[in-house]
Design a protein around this ligand. Structure first.
Ligand SMILES: Cc1ncc(COP(=O)(O)O)c(C=O)c1O
Length: 384
């Protein structure tokens, strides 16, 4: 099997990830922060170490503000729905948002009468920044944006956007689901106030993990209330972080796996262009040479995330993905990728796109086999 569906969930993982999870499950087992015995302390140490590591890597000033969630969606929901909204507040996002941002935004729109502007990504950084500036009004309360499109892999100029937001004192929430693990992110240096990401994509951690990192003193209301293992005498949710926003038993084996993934990430050589980026360039170049194949996304960006969106003739993308799976044993994702507005922008709503996404574990040989398969498929559809 050639696994080119890394943007959905990465596979395989570094062996250290599984080892750490099995250790947490079989050797530690206890509930972190719920008891004073040795095993509970060991479990709590795993959690604290992971918080500290994530905070260090992503430039979050206070590890207590590095919060664990089940995935990026839960982290984004907490950040968006946890803010105090008033009628007329204005949120700025892009047409590239995944439904894990768009649906919470649509929810607060209906629930509280918030206005949302979805700025189209027009592949030109300076005109995009101009649009951001123009869309800021006196009611602008939040800028929330994906760091990179999960359809085309194009990177949104978050740093420049956050600079403008700072001038207007508007907080910035970034969805780093497709960038964390692929490109360096430092919240402090990039003026990002809140950063959400999953553990299971580019960071190569396990499913069931995600984080929200918060810099600064934001008033975020919890979506969940319950046991925190501390302040048990209080009837109300404690105001201390992380307890305030983390009710219930944490996913300790998952967090242990994520910690191991973060260690591997820290140990990688960040000077070099990541292997998956180079492979993606070869893949994109090869696909562009095939007559009958259309590729989507800007050619101008040096920094594109390791995925390629394409279509074969006018064949539904799902059909191409099915042929790749059944005849060639190649896993890709097709359709709308939970981001319908992206497809409106790309004019691919009916056909969807085939998305091939890579990780550092993919190889040149796999890219060659993939190109050969797409060429054969294209030629055979041309004969029909
Ligand atoms: C840009 C983006 N945001 C959010 C998500 C949601 O991630 P999760 O499934 O971990 O909640 C995804 C998943 O594909 C994504 O690509």
């Amino acid at each position: 099997m050639i696994y080119f569906d890394q943007a959905a969930s990465s596979f395989p993982k570094p062996p250290e990830v599984g080892k750490a999870m099995i250790h947490a499950l079989n050797e530690v087992g206890a509930n972190p922060g719920r008891g004073g015995h040795k095993l509970a302390k060991e479990a709590a140490d795993i959690v604290v170490e992971t918080r500290e590591r994530a905070a260090r890597i992503f430039g979050c000033s206070d590890p207590r503000h590095a919060l664990f969630f089940a995935n990026a969606t839960a982290a984004l929901n907490q950040a968006i729905k946890g803010l105090s909204w008033s009628e007329g507040d204005h949120v700025i996002a892009t047409t590239f948002e995944h439904n894990s941002i768009r649906r919470p935004l649509e929810y607060i729109k209906k629930q509280f009468g918030v206005h949302v502007t979805y700025l189209p990504w027009n592949q030109d950084e300076s005109s995009f920044i101009q649009e951001v500036k123009q869309s800021i009004n006196e009611n602008a309360t939040l800028i929330v944006m994906t760091h990179a499109s999960n359809v085309t892999g194009e990177v949104i100029p978050i740093e420049q956007t956050a600079l403008i937001a700072e001038q207007y004192h508007i907080p910035v929430l970034v969805d780093a689901s497709q960038t964390a693990g692929h490109i360096p992110i430092n919240m402090r240096e990039m003026n990002i106030d809140m950063l959400a990401f999953p553990g299971h994509k580019g960071l190569l951690g396990p499913q069931g993990t995600g984080m929200l990192l918060v810099n600064g003193e934001f008033e975020i209301n919890p979506l969940m209330h319950g046991g925190t293992g501390s302040f048990s005498e209080l009837p109300d949710q404690p105001s201390q972080w992380p307890e305030k926003l983390e009710s219930g038993t944490l996913n300790t084996p998952g967090i242990a796996g994520m910690n191991a993934a973060l260690v591997c990430y820290e140990n990688r050589n960040h000077e070099n262009v990541p292997r998956e980026t180079m492979l993606t360039q070869t893949l994109l170049k090869g696909l562009k040479q095939l007559d009958g194949v259309s590729c989507y996304g800007s050619d101008q960006q040096k920094l594109r995330m390791p995925m390629v969106a394409f279509n074969v003739l006018d064949i539904p993308s799902q059909e191409i993905a099915m042929v790749l799976d059944s005849h060639y044993d190649i896993a890709v994702r097709a359709g709308l990728h939970c981001s319908p507005l992206s497809h409106k922008t790309l004019s691919t709503t009916d056909q969807g796109v085939v998305r091939a996404s890579l990780s550092m574990y993919n190889t040149e040989e796999e890219v060659e086999q993939f190109l050969q398969a797409v060429q054969e498929i294209t030629e055979s559809y041309k004969l029909l």
